[in-house]
Design a protein around this ligand. Structure first.
Ligand code: GLN
Length: 487
């Protein structure tokens, strides 16, 4: 692609080039497929690359464009987390139990991306069934952080984040149950957005914890994230939890409101002990700059400290029920041995990895007779208190700014044998899922050790457009290109 630097491309820039005829989608798709061939053996962001399918879709997109077709993502190559169904492609959730599973239908988000003309490069690596914060729980192999190959890309959508960061796609989809879009986006220096619960259909997303799961975009600019959201958001009769709300035009809205002033809250509890100093300093620097235009105020979310405990009752409880369907009969993997009961047992014993089994046990225990009130019911009550904290904060301010992760990207192997340490990675992202709110991770700085730092913007329900608007303003304030070192 003469004159076009893939590293500098965003979706919106690529669309301009395509529109002007300076490049075509086949060239663009080939450029990404070549990069994947060249460096993904080191990053390992993809589980499956659909070279043939992607090139076919690109040819089709070029034909449609020639015939005057207009569509929001016509000819744009994307990557999809491997827990979202793409018809005819493997959907393994990075689990042995789904190793040979080929999705027989498209998730609603995929249908919408197809209608918008997107190209699917392949499926990305993740923690098994989205349980984890480092992508080391993949049953196949861990993914590496493009900024430092010895470090994790975060998780569970680590493959999508790493692929977007290393420019092995123009954008990607992930899912976020407790931080799985925002934390890997933060670790890889890309934009990651978890929409309000109910804004995006979950039909065709393999369920982990249904009251928390949401699909959202990864991109190299807030504008691109808004564009992807535009395409995937909206009511879907196939998902009863998807909300029939009027959608703003996200992209237009954030552009029209680039000078809108907000009342921004800094929740005290999110800046206390345990957060690395360089992260706090970087956020304070941005907040100071924002203070010239916006009103900044300290607020309190007093029940934050219970979030991780509440999450690790509710999420495993829902997971233990959702994962009951993998019994060796209905899906893929089966140990053909013994009677029905021993077949079930052996299939699940060999098919699931350690972390997944830990969650199934935790969840089954929390739901069992005699313990339900003490654990699940109590956790649900505290969840309500956490929600109310946010409601109160949003009666005082429009949006909140917090850290995404208390630490910089850690080394592979550093936390894998200590689940509690791993669980604590999500301390600032989990409350957002428990309350069903929109949360955005925006990169703001490269640390002295060369690793990305991000901040999180949280908004009230269905104020996703405001979150993105402030995100774009932060991005303008920062003005650093988050391009990882050459691999
Ligand atoms: N890391 C959290 C967990 O392990 C969150 C995962 C997610 O958002 N899918 O459950």
């Amino acid at each position: 692609m003469a004159g076009v630097e893939v590293k500098e491309l965003t979706i919106s820039k690529a669309l301009e080039f395509l529109e002007k005829g300076e490049i075509n989608s086949v060239e663009l798709t080939k450029a990404y497929l070549d990069s994947i061939k060249r460096i993904d053996s080191k990053i390992k962001s993809y589980l499956f690359v659909d070279e043939e399918g992607a090139l076919k879709q690109a040819e089709e997109a070029d034909k449609l464009r020639k015939n005057g077709k207009k569509a929001l993502l016509l000819g744009i190559p994307l990557a999809i987390k491997d827990n979202i169904c793409v018809k005819g492609s493997p959907t393994t959730c990075a689990s042995k139990i789904l190793e040979n599973y080929i999705a027989p239908y498209d998730a609603t988000v995929i249908e919408r991306l197809k209608e918008a003309g997107a190209i699917f490069l392949g499926k990305t690596n993740m923690d098994e069934f989205a349980m984890g914060s480092s992508t080391e729980n993949s049953a196949f192999f861990p993914t590496h952080n493009p900024w430092d190959l010895e470090r994790v890309p975060g998780g569970s959508s680590g493959g999508s984040a790493a692929a977007t960061s290393a420019r092995l796609c123009l954008g990607a989809l992930g899912s976020d149950t407790g931080g799985s879009i925002r934390q890997p986006a933060c670790f890889c220096g890309v934009v990651g957005f978890k929409p309000t619960y109910g804004l995006v259909s979950r039909y065709g997303l393999v369920a982990f914890a249904s009251s928390l799961d949401q699909i959202g975009p990864f991109a190299n600019s807030v504008e691109d994230a808004a564009l992807l959201l535009q395409v995937i958001a909206g009511h879907d009769p196939k998902d009863s939890t998807s909300a029939p709300v009027e959608l703003p035009n996200f992209l237009e809205f954030i552009k029209e409101n680039e000078n809108t002033r907000f009342k921004i809250g800094l929740p005290r509890e999110f800046f206390e002990g345990g957060v690395e100093k360089e992260i706090i300093d970087a956020i304070e620097e941005v907040v100071k700059a924002l203070g010239k235009k916006h009103e900044i105020k300290e607020v309190s979310l007093p029940h934050t400290e219970y979030s991780v405990a509440v999450y690790y009752i509710i999420a495993p409880a829902e997971a233990s029920s959702n994962l009951a369907r993998y019994d060796g009969v209905k899906y893929g993997f089966r140990v053909k041995e013994g009677n029905l009961l021993s077949m079930y047992r052996k299939t699940r014993a060999l098919g699931f990895g350690r972390e997944v089994k830990r969650r199934i046990m935790l969840g089954t225990y929390a739901l069992s007779a005699g313990y339900y009130d003490a654990f699940y019911l109590k956790a649900s009550k505290v969840r309500t208190l956490i929600k109310k904290d946010f409601e109160k904060a949003f009666s005082e301010v429009d949006l909140l700014i917090t850290p995404v992760s208390p630490t910089l990207p850690f080394r592979l192997g550093e936390k894998i044998s200590d689940p509690l340490q791993m669980y604590l990675s999500d301390i600032f992202t989990i409350p957002v899922n428990l309350a069903g709110l929109p949360g955005l991770s925006v990169p703001i700085k490269v640390s002295s050790s060369g690793l990305p730092i991000a901040l999180q913007i949280i908004g009230p329900h269905f104020k996703d457009h405001l979150v993105l608007t402030l995100g774009r303003q932060v991005e303008k304030e920062v003005d650093t290109k988050f391009i990882p070192p050459e691999i």
